[in-house]
Design a protein around this ligand. Structure first.
Ligand SMILES: O=C(O)C(=O)Cc1ccc(O)cc1
Ligand SMILES: [Fe+2]
Length: 344
């Protein structure tokens, strides 16, 4: 009799019926709007340091009296920087004072914007600004917090993946993370919140300096992360550094891994690019330092090979690298017994 040998067991459980709109759908991120103190200079940071191209402008010369906007673009990625021209622009002034430079809103390209807005309203969404719709039916909705519950209830996103503070913590700080996505899973947003640890979580540091929740980082895909990071570094972008021990441990883990990393590990180490993997694929990622004075928004560059995670295997080393900088800012402070901590 020929022997039969099974090697592995895998159980696939369908545990959710993901909600889907009857009509219309979310397609992709369309653009991100930033409110900043000086849109002209912010746009030139993204052009000069990150290779974005100037795409559109409005300001006094074009008849815009209150707000200047500089739009930069790279392939499908579009960033809009806006700042107030009119010294009496209360909303922008107050926003800037509270949050500093940062993301104001996220625009999704959709099909059937009217229907999506109508049903979002029926489910309790408050429309801050009525959507405007262009030929490409790209709508813009101002979103509210608490974001995970809101986006699931009103926009019918579902939970893609989540981890809790028991899995993700350093010696000092912890966080909980859930990733939400649309029905087709073309848009993914990890949502992180601070969890109680020994010291102030880096997520709490963000919340303190941003004056509340907001966009913490934006990930940009690259099809050649090594070349991208070489060029970004040459243009003066600054990134967080994992220690050499991270690469010692990585080499050890990769020796018994089912996948093979194509890139030269020495090169990845030299550039401080992180690697996370499972049995089927891997990702390469790196995080910038904050892109403004406040320790709030930063950027991520990511390259994926059949791997759809967010680098959970790197969280610990990454957070330790963040904590090093957090400490240098005087913000890796001990918590009082009730978990509270004065930021300012
Ligand atoms: O969740 C993500 O998208 C990540 O890329 C991982 C991560 C989570 C929290 C951070 O402060 C920094 C990075
Ligand atoms: Fe990320």
């Amino acid at each position: 009799m020929p022997t039969i040998k099974f090697t592995n067991l895998s159980v696939h459980v369908i545990d959710f019926f993901y909600p889907q709109h009857k009509k219309g759908r979310f397609l992709r991120f369309h653009h991100i709007t930033f409110w900043v103190g000086n849109a002209k200079q912010a746009a030139s940071f993204y052009s000069d340091k990150m290779g974005f191209e100037r795409f559109a402008y409005k300001g006094l010369e074009t008849g815009s009296r209150d707000v200047a906007a500089h739009v930069v673009r790279q392939g499908k990625i579009m960033f809009v920087f806006e700042s107030a021209l009119n010294p009496g622009h209360k909303e922008m002034g107050e926003h800037l004072m509270k949050h500093g430079d940062g993301v104001k809103d996220i625009a999704f390209q959709v099909e059937d914007c009217d229907y999506l807005i109508k049903t979002a309203k029926e489910r309790g969404a408050v429309i801050v600004k009525e959507p405007w719709v262009e030929q490409d039916s790209h709508g813009k909705v101002n979103i509210q917090w608490p974001f995970p519950a809101w986006i699931q209830r009103c926009l019918l996103f579902h939970r893609f993946w989540s981890i809790d503070d028991k899995q993700i913590h350093t010696q000092f700080s912890a966080l909980r993370s859930i990733v939400v996505t649309n029905y087709e899973e073309t848009i993914k947003m990890p949502i992180n919140e601070p969890a109680q640890g020994e010291k102030k979580s880096q997520i709490q540091e963000y919340v303190d300096y941003n004056g509340g929740p907001g966009v913490q980082h934006i990930a940009l895909n690259s099809s050649n992360i090594i070349e991208t990071i070489v060029n970004l570094r040459a243009r003066g972008m600054e990134f967080l550094s994992a220690p050499d021990t991270y690469y010692d441990i990585l080499r050890e883990k990769l020796r018994t891994a089912k996948i093979k990393v194509k890139e030269d590990l020495d090169r990845l180490q030299e550039l401080r690019i992180l690697v996370d993997f499972d049995d089927n694929g891997y990702l390469l990622q790196i995080f910038s330092k904050p892109v403004q004075d406040r320790p709030t928004l930063f950027l991520e560059v990511i390259q994926r090979y059949n791997h759809y995670g967010f680098g959970a295997g790197n969280f610990k080393s990454l957070f330790e690298a963040i904590e090093k900088d957090q400490d240098a800012r005087g913000n890796l402070t001990a918590l009082t017994p009730d978990g509270q901590n004065k930021a300012f």
